[in-house]
Design a protein around this ligand. Sequence first.
Ligand code: ZN
Length: 224
Amino acid sequence: MPVGESSRPYVVCPVCGHVFRATYASTYVTVGREADLCPKIPGRPSDGARLIRNAVTMCPVCSFAAGEAFDGLDLTFDERYGIEERLKEDGLLKVFRKGQPPWLGFHAAEVCGKERSLKSRELGDLCLRASWVCRKEKERPFESTFQLRALRHFMRSLQEDDLIGRELSVTTYLVGELNRRLGNHREALNWYVNAGRTTEGDPRIAWLDRLINRQSKLAREQVA
Ligand SMILES: [Zn+2]
């Protein structure tokens, strides 16, 4: 088994009851992070993408997917029904289920997460991770697609999720950084300023202040 992976004998899909072997993410070595917090993982990018992908488990039969261990999920009858319907009707799943592109598990987890009423912050996180996998796998158009979706979830999260402290600062920063990556440099600058206001010189997130300064400079050069 490759380093950084650990397997359990089997999991039971909480939606269709299919039993299968799953690979769960375990800790892996990183050498820092990119400006959108994508972990830098030694070795080939595709190996890194695989380790990030292990954060979600997807049922090979019905495509139910989640970022948590399946056995910890307790779905109601209505949730199960709603998830089945969403998975059946989802356009991307219809087209890509067979080909199993590397981002598919995150997309499926987002679809299911909406039915499970996950917070916008968590839905955004799934989309952000999908964009990391796309970058490492050089799937450019899908990278942008997932960045835009992550951006929308994070914006909603700032309005609805009552974020505080580090999570508020990081989410606000990510709205800036995703805007920058999508080419909205002025918008990015505004959000970096907002993010800077939330850190209030907290020494535990001094790394974020440094990142905000560095990325603001980049965005400013693009605007000028
Ligand atoms: Zn299933």
